[in-house]
Design a protein around this ligand. Structure first.
Ligand SMILES: [Zn+2]
Length: 628
């Protein structure tokens, strides 16, 4: 593992015009998992979040509510604080842009830039959207309307202050080209390089107080307040006390930002130019995630929007919520959020794979005790140790790139290997044979090691479950990544039984649906047929389902999304024959557990006289294409 020392991670500051929802929670949860992981690795970590509180929208919302803008901001800001408290977020600081410590640094930077000739006053006329609080250029306007709000724009002419952003265009392009992972994943880097092919405009950084009172006054002209982005972005600097402060000097050179793709341009273009002009180092990485799409599936009545999605944490628990959002979204891409998918993950990965392993291992250790000599390790024991070491290495590589989904998949690959180890070694059978006492003790020792390993490795992702596992194996040490080694224990520790770590959620809706299904075939209407969502899928991986003669586990791509589908075709196709094939699948089937593997959809195949053929295309179409 690479030696590390100092790490500074920020979430965006959330605008107080909305209450906390899934979008905010996802960004904050992955930031928390990253901060926890780097602390586990022994780094000196500073983790910042907070709220953005100025601007027209806040002033207007406060007026509607009949309260002062400050009182309005106070209320929503504390709702964010409360939400992060309830989610167990471990931020080191929470900044608010209405705090004096922030205003002081914003004004100091503005004054320095004005003194250096980086800010000038100019007349500006343009089409303004009050909803977006910004002017739109002719090129951006769609049918004379705001491209976001689709509402008519207002032509405004006024004097404003401008930041000479245009002069940094060449520098910024070169910086991005020289640092390939400055903006990541790569799709967002390409998007910004594409944007920078057109001339970069100077940035309007002020609004007249006659129009907007709720903001930070310009230090050199109090007829104006600072415009939104110039105020908000500086929070990352002001929270550390600003240039000259010991905390700033220590953490700023190691800063990484984490954002959603909706605020890519201000972070990837305005912010580096502002920092460059102010003579401050730019961030090391801008890490950008995609959007959650809500809906789909029967339970969507209960999850119709992002606020209801976040409420699932109260029904199923923080750890399950954290696991689902990190496991379901490939970092940088969009993902779908549905309660069905949530419950499917909870049952398959948490209740089944992890929960069963912990229950089996702790039951064996608590039941068969710690005495007796430990026999020599064999190839099976050593394979478990190797799987754990390999998983730790791959988790580390994944976390370096913010690939939370991959990190969890690696840990679960190891959990799968250990579950198979328990099946193969059959400790319950060993216990019946006094002559094999030494062998049993070796298996128990390996399982105790694995539990300690899980208690450490799961800490960033499932902090509550990890703490329970460490308590069950009597591991009172502060968890450290370098102690996550299977093969360290010399004697079997005293272990307490831990069952029901993640209780299974009964999918009663699935049965209800089955009961309602019509018995006969008969004719169906086109509407009934159109309820079956068929799509083209590309098989990206295929493997046999353990202990099943008929089933293959397929990983298929639907374009931006990947799914696992179990198909009863193992007697007709070798896994290698299927990889790369474009097939037709049903995508809106309820998930089903088949031999311990959750299937999310169905691959279509025809059969007759014992022969079977999977449906493929006679012309190429992209994965995800609709089939009718
Ligand atoms: Zn707008």
């Amino acid at each position: 593992m690479t030696a590390r020392s100092t790490f500074y991670l920020t979430t965006p500051i959330y605008y107080v015009n909305a209450r906390p929802h899934l979008g905010h929670a996802y960004t904050t949860i992955i930031a928390d998992a990253m901060a926890r992981y780097r602390r586990l690795a022994g780094d000196d970590v500073w983790f910042l979040t907070g709220t953005d509180e100025h601007g027209d929208k806040i002033a207007q919302a406060a007026a509607r509510a009949g309260v002062s803008p400050q009182a309005y901001a106070d209320e929503i800001s504390s709702a964010f604080r409360a939400a992060w408290g309830a989610l167990g977020i471990t931020h080191d600081d929470f900044i608010r842009t209405t705090e004096p410590r922030h205003q002081k640094v914003v004004q100091a930077i503005l004054q320095a830039l004005r003194d250096a000739g980086e800010i000038y006053l100019d007349k500006y006329g343009g089409n303004y959207c009050f909803g977006c609080e910004r002017f739109y250029t002719d090129k951006e306007i769609v049918d004379g309307k705001c491209p976001d709000h689709r509402t008519p724009l207002t032509y405004i002419e006024e004097e404003n202050y401008f930041f000479k952003m245009s002069k940094y265009q060449g520098w910024l392009i070169e910086h991005i080209e020289r640092h390939p992972d400055f903006i990541r994943p790569e799709r967002y880097r390409n998007e910004i390089l594409g944007f920078l092919r057109d001339p970069l405009q100077d940035l309007s950084i002020s609004r007249p107080r006659t129009r907007l009172e709720w903001g930070i006054p310009l230090p050199f002209d109090d007829k104006y307040v600072t415009y939104v982005w110039f105020d908000a972005l500086i929070n990352y600097v002001s929270a550390l006390g600003g240039p000259g402060d010991a905390r700033f000097e220590k953490f700023w050179p190691h800063v990484q930002h984490l954002i959603g793709k909706d605020i890519l341009k201000p972070h990837a273009v305005y912010w580096p130019c502002m920092l460059k002009a102010a003579g401050l180092p730019v961030y090391t990485h801008l890490n950008v995630h995609g959007y959650w799409n809500i809906g789909g599936g029967k339970m969507s009545k209960s999850v119709g929007n992002v606020v209801e999605a976040l409420a699932l944490k109260d029904r199923y628990g923080n750890d399950a919520f954290r696991y689902f959002v990190m496991r379901e979204m490939a970092f940088g891409l969009d993902a779908a959020f549905s309660e069905e998918a949530f419950v499917g993950r909870l049952n398959a990965d948490l209740a089944n794979d992890l929960g069963n392993l912990v229950a089996r291992a702790t039951t064996l250790l608590a039941g068969f005790g710690t005495d007796g000599d430990v026999g020599a390790s064999d190839a099976g024991d050593q394979a478990v140790a190797r799987a754990a070491a390999e998983a730790r290495r791959l988790v580390d590589a994944a976390m370096e790139e913010f690939a939370f989904q991959r990190a969890l998949a690696e840990i679960w690959a190891c959990i799968g290997a250990v579950n198979r180890y328990v099946d193969a070694t059959q400790p319950w059978a060993l216990a019946k044979d006094p002559a094999r006492r030494g062998r049993l003790a070796r298996v128990l020792l390996t399982l105790a090691d694995v539990l300690q390993w899980l208690g450490i490795m799961l800490e960033p992702f499932l902090p509550d479950a990890a703490a329970k596992i460490r308590a069950a194996v009597g591991d009172a040490r502060a968890p450290r990544l370098d102690a996550a080694v299977v093969g360290r224990l010399q004697t079997i520790p005293t272990v307490e039984k831990l069952s029901g770590l993640f209780p299974r959620i009964e999918e009663k809706n699935v049965d209800e649906q089955a009961a309602k299904a019509p018995a006969g075939v008969g004719r169906i209407t086109i509407d009934e047929f159109s309820r079956v969502e068929l799509r083209v899928a590309e098989v990206v991986a295929a493997e046999p389902v353990p202990k099943s003669k008929k089933l293959l586990k397929l990983t298929v791509s639907l374009g931006e999304e990947q799914r696992t589908m179990v198909a009863g075709i193992a007697e007709h196709y070798a896994p290698a024959d299927l990889v790369g094939k474009k097939v037709v699948v049903v995508v809106n089937l309820e998930p089903a557990m088949l031999m311990g593997v959750e299937s999310n959809g169905m691959v279509l195949a025809g059969s007759a006289d014992g022969k079977l053929a999977v449906l493929t295309l006679d012309r190429d179409l992209p994965p995800g294409a609709k089939v009718r």
